[in-house]
Design a protein around this ligand. Sequence first.
Ligand SMILES: Cc1cc2nc3c(=O)[nH]c(=O)nc-3n(C[C@H](O)[C@H](O)[C@H](O)COP(=O)(O)OP(=O)(O)OC[C@H]3O[C@@H](n4cnc5c(N)ncnc54)[C@H](O)[C@@H]3O)c2cc1C
Length: 568
Amino acid sequence: MPYRAPVADIRFLLDHVAGFPELAATARFAEATPDLTAAILDGAGRLCEEVMAPLQRVGDLHPARLENGIVRTPPGFAEGWRAIAQGGWIGLAAPTRHGGMGLPQTLAMAVTEMMSGACLALQIAPLLTQGQIEALSHHASDALKALYLPKLISGEWSGTMNLTEPQAGSDVGAVRTVAVPKGDGTYAITGQKIFISWADSEFIGNVVHLVLARLPDAPPGTRGISLFLVPRNIPDASGDPGARNSLRVVSLEHKLGLHGSPTAMMDYDGATGWLVGEPHRGMAAMFTMMNNARLGVGMQGIGVAEAAFQQALAYARERRQGATPQGGAIIGHADIRRMLAAMRAEIFAARAIALSCAVAIDMADATEQADWAARAAFLTPIAKAHGTDTGVEVASAGVQVHGGMGFVEQTGAAQYLRDVRVTPIYEGTNGIQALDLVGRKLADGGEAAWRLLEEIEQGAEAARALLPEPAGDVWAAAETLRETTEWMLTQDQTDRFAGAVPFLRAWARVLGGHVHLAAARAEGGAGPRTALARVFVARLLPEHVALLAQARAGAAGLYALSDDDLAA
Ligand SMILES: Cc1cc2nc3c(=O)[nH]c(=O)nc-3n(C[C@H](O)[C@H](O)[C@H](O)COP(=O)(O)OP(=O)(O)OC[C@H]3O[C@@H](n4cnc5c(N)ncnc54)[C@H](O)[C@@H]3O)c2cc1C
């Protein structure tokens, strides 16, 4: 079943649930008219269906490989990248003064979702380049911006993100790569990085690495890390790729999935780099890139979920097995219908949460109001973790719907599961996202959380006349969530951390109920979106009760089992 870009669902959510009309009414984003938004989504949808989706299986069957020091990508990926670049898709939300379109991140995120559903392994390349554009726009010197941004935005060059080292994964503060001033304003970068996505390719004019490293006088930990721009080829006087820099791809990883995307070990051997932002303030600069990428990775999960769902639905409509109440194909079996309905309801909720997060990011930009920034910050770890968990769960359910044909490779159902499995791991594991939620994101005393809970309860009140039962359930769920959020604020760090993941998941459940209710209201309380909302509220929302019980269970019980007890 060929991938179909979910343009209609995205449009509906933007217009009726995520608050896009309010965003388009700001002076900053006045250009994002309904006509332009429709043209952008339709155009991106076509590119995804016609150019990117045919590359999905190719990437799996012809993995990226290293050949005499050159990274060779799967057949068709070069043309795919060029189509993305020439369509202007990389610079959709990039600054206009450097050649971007200056449109809302929300639209760029919607496009990210569709591209990920079409071909995740290729989509990572523009995602990282966009993150780099964002980081350079905010933190680089004017000279670096003028030289690099136009080429990154046009897709002539691509960008990477180099944080991870063998001893520095989640603990980025353990980075050992060093940067020594050369006395001419540049730095010599030496060290080893691992797991670097799209570190090189045979078809890109130049690859620009953003590298975390330590200056000689750096204090230990994250407060001593600086950010450097290190190009594969040092630009010459006219800005074209010049002499080769002292860096190389040592090897490519063999992975569970995502075979089309090269994941490299990199060696920097006194490579020339330029400081981005202030010395020792590299994490702050990198966070600009990571926040963008976190939401983008959430979108990746949702995109793959959508593609896996479409394929499972098509299979369920064709496959005949056993007698169903309606006769016909397996879609008539209650259990298959349960899975398909839950998959669709879950995708709808995750997409709405992620788009609401994107709108909050844009509103913060457009209005410079702290409330919007706090809302965006609170929703980002939820959108990342829940979007990617949804990717894995829906792709796994997709395999289940296929039965044995899901476990063999020719249907492609298994590839979705293998490919998406990394999304809860990279860009900060989902465990780390949850720690961020119960740590930094509640550090303001829960201001953003209380505002969201108020909004959920107001939404439920407004829906009560039209949809009394689901509205009552969502309202009650918000109250239960409020109690546990209050509890979280009074606990010590170990107990908060022990409950962080179920707490984040419970938030996603309750927000899911809220966005489904809003969609059902927009439809007048009758129709397919209302039926889907009822499925979510009846079958998925109740999970918040068990999740919140886990969230409040504390750490003592976990540590009562010693390391040896676990091994016994
Ligand atoms: C395909 C792929 C592509 C990647 N692309 C890039 C890239 O382009 N650039 C880049 O820099 N990196 C990249 N990465 C690296 C990725 O970001 C890391 O794998 C990730 O941050 C986790 O680090 P780790 O693998 O060292 O795991 P670890 O940090 O060792 O984590 C192991 C487990 O311990 C948990 N854990 C760790 N610390 C804590 C804590 N404090 N509290 C609670 N639990 C904790 C984690 O959640 C995880 O479950 C990529 C990885 C993969 C697999």
